[in-house]
Design a protein around this ligand. Structure first.
Ligand SMILES: Cc1cc2nc3c(=O)[nH]c(=O)nc-3n(C[C@H](O)[C@H](O)[C@H](O)COP(=O)(O)O)c2cc1C
Length: 174
């Protein structure tokens, strides 16, 4: 099938999580490009009821890593973006922000992994976020360590997707 942009389609379909990063910091220009993509995310009623916390200090990253159960990518990452949902914001919009961050990052050669902070109070404390704001999910970012990533994926193959006919229903659920 011919798409208007095969490149964009391939990027959307091909986005995979990266959990192993090179130690080098993310360049300022790359960071701004990623944050710009977050800023331009569409939101319900165009409220944009969110803030984006950029975390680069190792102490802060390690503190944040304590707040979830599967946070090794944060320990590996030079940078995390924590999208914070304000009280009048919507969860759906925050998912869109995360996906935009990840797609924009991939476009400029930066790998990413969404991370769950299962202990949200811990995350709020670490980031000084008010109680009525949400920050349950963050995105770990860094330039991919391709060798380690390939080896890691081979060791725990979790990828792939369910087939379309298992997922799609037409007109009604049943
Ligand atoms: C809401 C959400 C939370 C996630 N939380 C974590 C996490 O805490 N730790 C982690 O290593 N991966 C996390 N992931 C990444 C998923 O495991 C990953 O998207 C899934 O396995 C598919 O990976 P693939 O796109 O590379 O095939 C999360 C993904 C989503 C969408």
């Amino acid at each position: 099938m011919l798409h208007q942009s095969d490149e964009i389609y391939a990027a959307v379909i091909g986005l995979r999580t990266v959990r192993r990063f090179l130690p080098q910091p993310i360049g300022e220009d790359d960071l701004i490009d990623i944050i710009e993509a977050a800023r331009w995310t569409g939101s319900s009623k165009n409220r944009q009821s969110w803030s984006f916390i950029v975390i680069r200090e190792r102490d802060q990253l390690d503190r944040l890593a304590e707040c979830g159960d599967f946070t090794v990518p944060i320990r590996n990452a030079p940078l995390v973006v924590a999208p914070v949902q304000h009280p009048d914001g919507y969860e759906w919009d925050m998912g869109r922000v995360a996906q935009n961050i990840m797609l924009a990052a991939a476009a400029i050669g930066v790998g990413s992994c969404p991370i769950t902070l299962h202990r949200e109070d811990c995350a709020r404390r670490a980031l000084s976020v008010p109680d009525d704001h949400a920050c349950r999910y963050v995105v770990a970012l860094g330039y991919p360590d391709l060798d380690a990533e390939t080896a890691g994926r081979a060791a725990s193959p979790m990828g792939g997707r369910k087939p379309l006919d298992e997922l799609v229903r037409y007109e009604r659920f049943s």
